[in-house]
Ligand binder design. Structure first.
Ligand code: PLP
Length: 441
């Protein structure tokens, strides 16, 4: 059958632009339909020259009859439509249609759907980092003259974000002891508070917040509750089900889990997700599809990793608590921890998180440095939540900017280290700690 005849038989499927399908561009002749407009098949035969084919050949394949098992990575900055009317509808805000990379991407949306499901929220929005997620969330809640009540125990950069960026916008921030509910209530009673911000499990002392009580207090005073759930993950607790309005993650940590991506995400209601997306369309702190793919892949093993890491952490915490060179162990699973009762109430039985902080006896900076130098398996790294065990010295890293007096007031001594327990064999982690501690004896 001549090409032109075949083409006119296919004319029922009308696609009129190069973008419809350019997968089989050849130099084998030009054909057109009766009306003189190219059909999908015509496009494959258009007599494009080498340079044009180099640009377009193979792109935009026709939809075929298969469904990929894993969500593909869509590295595209724009999206095309069957016709200009559809484009007009898309640009006008049609629901569920992708428009532009800064507004949304199918791979990133798959991650958002997954995290919304795990956090038991209506929707989620992914960001370029945990800090970008925090920034957009706070921005969506406050304006000049408003007040924020925040936990004193927040991640250092979050404190800086509140003090510097929001401080300079005329937002006033009051830091409180988040475990002292009377203090929280008193701060909110002073009025004008739009946001209460805390972490489920704090860094590095692992204090566990009473989320249902905080949600009740915040809402009674007309404030929203935003919870950074990075340390707990939805495997241990889903703050949205306990009253939180926003659940924020540095997905760089446990959600990704492999130390190979920087990402953030906020799970919330569909309306608030829309508000956040409107902000992010302007700010542009979007998560790219490659990063979204990595986090989505990481999520699949989150329950397995988290379970193993919590079990390992529990074992290591008990071992450390018996060690003569350890002054004190901070782990919510130990009955000696001030948050043990809250942790037992909020977290699943026997799972108390996978971070263990501990203080080395007579812990000067020199002794801690010598201990870190001796470690052979555990990685000295400024992160947490990976499959690898990682250790951080707050005095040198997260709390470096504070004076010794400020650190002391927060309960962070010079001998304190924070261990993010990985999925390795716990015997190997313990052996590594043991040989490094032995050098201090
Ligand atoms: N929240 C917590 C509890 C963190 O530990 C971190 C980073 O360490 C962040 C937020 C910021 O996340 P990111 O580094 O992905 O911006």
């Amino acid at each position: 059958m001549p090409n032109s005849e075949h083409a006119s038989r296919q004319a029922g499927v009308r696609r009129t632009r190069l973008y419809t399908s350019a997968q089989n561009l050849t130099e084998s002749g030009l054909a057109s339909s009766e009306e003189g407009r190219e059909t999908m098949d015509d496009q494959r035969r258009l007599h494009f020259r080498f340079t044009t084919r180099a640009v377009h050949a193979g792109e935009r394949p026709n939809p075929r009859d298969f469904i990929p098992t894993a969500t593909p990575i869509y590295p595209t900055s724009t999206f095309l439509y069957q016709n200009i009317e559809q484009m007009d509808a898309a640009l006008g805000g049609a629901v569920g249609v992708f428009v532009y990379g800064r507004y949304g991407n199918p791979t990133t949306e798959a991650l958002e759907t997954a995290v919304a499901s795990l956090e038991e929220q209506e929707a989620a929005l992914a960001f370029a980092s945990g800090m970008a997620a925090l920034h957009a969330t706070i921005l969506s809640c406050v304006e000049e003259g408003d007040r924020i009540v925040a936990s004193r125990d927040l991640y250092g950069q979050t404190i800086t974000l509140l003090r510097t960026i929001f401080g300079s916008l005329g937002v006033r921030v009051e830091f409180v002891d988040i475990l002292d509910l009377d203090q929280v209530e008193a701060a909110l009673r002073r009025g004008g508070v739009r946001l209460l911000l805390c972490e489920t499990i704090s860094n590095p002392l692992l204090r566990v917040t009473d989320l249902p009580s905080l949600a009740e207090i915040a809402h009674r005073h007309g404030a929203r509750l935003a919870v950074d759930n990075t340390f707990a993950t939805p495997y241990l607790v889903r703050p949205g089900t306990l009253g939180a309005d926003y659940v924020i993650h540095s997905a760089t940590k446990y959600l990704g889990g492999h130390g190979d991506v920087t990402a953030g995400i906020v799970a919330t209601t569909a309306d608030r997700r829309w508000e956040l997306n409107e902000i992010n369309k302007t700010i542009g702190s979007i998560l790219g599809p490659f990063e979204a793919f990595l986090v989505l892949r990481g999520l699949k093993t989150l329950p397995l990793r988290m379970h193993r890491q919590c079990e390992n952490a529990s074992r290591i915490a008990r071992w450390l608590a018996e060690h003569p060179l350890i002054e004190r162990v901070h782990y919510p699973g130990l009955p000696t921890h001030p948050s043990h009762e809250t942790a037992a109430r909020l977290l699943p039985p026997g799972l108390y998180g996978a971070i263990v902080s501990f203080e080395i006896r007579h812990g000067t900076r020199e002794r801690v440095t010598a201990f870190l130098e001796r470690l052979r398996l555990i990685l000295p790294a400024t992160t947490l939540g990976d499959v690898y065990s990682e250790i951080l010295y707050p005095v040198m890293a997260s709390h470096r900017g504070l004076s010794p007096e400020e650190r002391q007031a927060m309960g962070i001594s010079d001998g304190l280290v924070r261990l993010s327990v990985g999925i390795e064999d716990p015997e190997d982690i313990i052996a590594d700690l043991e040989q490094a501690l032995a050098s201090l004896a």
